[in-house]
Structure formats: structure tokens, C-alpha cells
Design a protein around this ligand. Structure first.
Ligand code: SF4
Length: 316
């Protein structure tokens, strides 16, 4: 049985004649990679979110948790640009203190006081895991944090894009740049799976950041997603190096991998193609995606097109 109630209009209008759909074009001054990710995963969700100005809910506990973790890390790295020069214990204590500060300052934004406290405790544990990883990474190859929460603007064949990079590191050994994005939700389970999602045109965020920095002259060597979700697990980033050739044999499990410049180039073309589709001629019907993220979609109650959920399976 569906977890969503049946749409109130279901059945009432079923027999009425309908006008043929009229192409509806987007007219936005700016695009972002997350807009295009939404379109790639479910054009219908894109339609609701960006073309209808549909009312969204105020955000969930998870989005607020993510925002606050990002805020604490932004302040932390604005203070500590060269982690290898700092005392690890001081680093850990400072990040935990910043977590306390941002969660306490935002306590009234949570629906329940207990959510704010549970979120703060979880983020403190994640912060400890994070500083362990940070210290180890800085010890292996010292780096400098050159930017945090950095606004990027990029013109892709006449389409203006804007986005914010969580962190940009520059190696003090090679001078090469790593672009870092923090994730407090799910990420692909391996670098290979991530590369496949880029090649399938389902994930544009890191490719967009890559091109934004490349065009400003950075030597971008790698792109990393740092998952800060599970306080019970060590922090292990998913990191892809930019290489001229794909790996000879794919490793389906490793968190480290390769993405080629050609693949990033194709991703850039795919971004422009989507912009052309949704702005020039318009789209008469914004279809449901192949594997739409209905479970987390705030429009699920209003969406008459959502596919029936897969039946629940039980096992012993
Ligand atoms: S409920 Fe599902 S099909 Fe409908 S807009 Fe949301 S993700 Fe797309």
C-alpha cells in the first residue's frame, strides 16, 4: 500500500477532455548544478520546484542538521587554514566548540528541543571523526585551505551558473587543488559508482565546480565528497583524481578512483544541453524520472504522476 494518500482529485476529473499540453520554458537568470541534478533525476520534480514556485515545507531536521554542520566547518576552516601546523587536540576541541555554538544558536529552528540536542550530540561525534581524518590527511601531504563556502560563477555557452564550493585545498607539495564537498546525506558507495552517475548525466555538482575552478586557472587534481553522516564510522572521503585515461580495470568497491577530463567535458556538454532543452523551446510535459526520488520528495502529496512504491518485502 502507498505511504501517500491518494490525490484528492483522482477519479473526479478522469473522464474530462484535456487541452493538449503547451511547452513551458524556464526563464531563470541563473542555473545551478543542483537544479540540473533535480532535472536529471526527475524532470517533474524540477517543474514543481523551479517553475511552479510550489510551496515547500520549511525543511526537515536533516536539512537543518546539514546546514549547521556546514556552518561549523566553514568557521573552523576559516580559522585553521593549515591543519598540519595546529595541535590535533586543539583542532578537535575547537571544532566541537563550534558545533556546540552553531547548534545552540539555531536551537529554536528545530521543531523539538530534543532534536536540537540530539543533532548537536551527533555532530560532536562526527566532528571528532572528522578531525582524526583531517590530521591524518594533512600529515600525509600538507595543504592549505584556500577558500571556504566559495561562490563560483561560470558562463557555459551563454548560460550563467552559480554555486558554492564548500572547501578548496591547495597542496603545499604539488600546488594542485582538491575541491571538497561535504555531504550529510547519502553518497555513492564507491568512486566507480560516482563516475557512472557522472557519465549517466545524473550528477553535475563536482563537474561544475571543476570547470568553474579550471577556468580561473587552478590545476584541479581531484574532487572529493566527504560524508559526515554516521558518527559510528571513520570519515573516508570518496575521491576521484582527474586522469587522462580511465582505469584499466574498474574497482567496484574502492572509495578512490578516477574520472577523466573527457568525461568531465561530456558532463559540461550535458549541462548545456539540459539548459537548452528547458529554456529555448520549453517542454510540454515534465516527465517522471526513471528512478524518481519520491521517498524524499516534498511534492509527493501533490504529484499525481508518482509511481506506485515497490511492495515491501520481508525476510526472516
Ligand atoms: S513524487 Fe516522485 S515522481 Fe513526483 S515529482 Fe516527486 S520525485 Fe518526481
Amino acid at each position: 500500500m502507498s505511504v501517500f494518500p491518494e490525490h484528492p482529485s483522482a477519479g473526479i476529473f478522469a473522464d474530462l477532455p484535456t487541452d493538449p499540453p503547451t511547452p513551458f520554458a524556464a526563464a531563470r537568470p541563473y542555473f545551478s548544478a543542483s537544479q540540473l541534478n533535480t532535472f536529471a533525476n526527475c524532470p517533474r520534480q524540477y517543474f514543481f520546484r523551479y517553475l511552479c514556485d510550489a510551496v515547500e515545507d520549511d525543511g526537515t531536521y536533516f536539512t537543518l542538521y546539514g546546514t549547521l554542520v556546514h556552518r561549523a566547518l566553514e568557521r573552523f576552516h576559516a580559522e585553521y587554514r593549515r591543519p598540519h601546523e595546529a595541535d590535533p587536540t586543539v583542532l578537535e576541541q575547537r571544532l566541537v566548540t563550534l558545533v556546540d555554538e552553531v547548534f545552540r544558536a539555531a536551537a529554536s529552528e528545530f521543531t523539538w528541543a530534543v532534536q536540537a540536542e540530539l543533532g548537536r550530540r551527533k555532530a560532536r561525534r562526527v566532528a571528532r571523526r572528522y578531525t582524526c581524518w583531517l590530521v591524518e590527511r594533512a600529515r600525509r601531504e600538507p595543504f592549505e585551505v584556500v577558500a571556504v563556502e566559495s561562490r563560483q560563477e561560470l558562463d557555459l555557452e551563454g548560460y550563467a551558473f552559480v554555486g558554492y564550493i564548500d572547501r578548496i585545498d591547495r597542496s603545499l607539495v604539488s600546488g594542485e587543488v582538491t575541491i571538497i564537498d561535504y555531504k550529510t546525506g547519502s553518497i555513492p558507495h564507491s568512486a566507480h559508482a560516482y563516475r557512472e552517475s557522472v557519465n549517466a548525466g545524473l550528477d553535475f555538482q563536482l563537474p561544475f565546480y571543476y570547470w568553474a575552478r579550471r577556468m580561473q586557472g587552478d590545476r584541479v587534481a581531484s574532487l572529493a565528497l566527504i560524508q559526515l553522516k554516521d558518527p559510528g564510522q571513520p570519515v573516508e572521503p570518496l575521491e576521484v583524481r582527474i586522469a587522462p585515461e580511465p582505469p584499466p580495470r574498474p574497482d567496484y568497491r574502492s572509495k578512490s578512483g578516477i574520472v577523466t577530463e573527457q568525461e568531465l567535458e561530456r558532463s559540461r556538454h550535458a549541462m548545456v544541453e539540459i539548459c537548452e532543452r528547458i529554456t529555448r523551446s520549453g517542454i510540454a510535459r515534465y516527465e517522471v524520472g526513471e528512478d524518481p526520488p519520491c521517498r524524499y520528495c516534498v511534492y509527493a502529496r501533490a504529484c499525481r504522476e508518482r509511481p506506485a512504491p515497490a511492495p515491501l518485502e520481508f525476510a526472516r
